[in-house]
Design a protein around this ligand. Sequence first.
Ligand code: GLU
Length: 165
Amino acid sequence: MCGIFGCIADDAAGKVLEGLRKLEYRGYDSAGAFLFNSKSYLKKCKGKVADLEKKMDGDNLSTYTIGMGHTRWATHGIPNTINSHPHISNSGKIFIVHNGIIENYASIKQILIEKGYTFKSETDTEVLVNLIEEVKKSNPKLKIGKATQIALNQVVGAFAIVVFD
Ligand code: GLU
């Protein structure tokens, strides 16, 4: 059972790590964090929240005010850094953490590949973030919330997500 966390707050980095520590009891194999102010920061790894903290240690994270975090329980793809969340869309603009399973990810992935999308991970999650991107690309006026709703209408499964554009 993975955990997802998102916040808009001062010291987003500290809050994400604190949130992930509180979610550890659910069990997991990897951890990751995404932070944003005017630039993006992404760190993830196989292992524990303490391993993620070590990777983040020494980075100046005090100015970040938006954050999301994930503890992964792998269902699609082995536990490794590439399959860890957060995942990024092909444009590099949309970030996601995801708890659950997208049952029809393979057919959606095939459609996206035919449209020119490429995938780094083996996860169903990376398919979802690119489906959201494709919805947005086809309807450029849509805000991220609406694009996500439309994308979610096309997926089958059980899931909770945090999305950032
Ligand atoms: N299905 C996703 C994956 O394998 C999310 C699993 C989870 O809930 O942690 O990465």
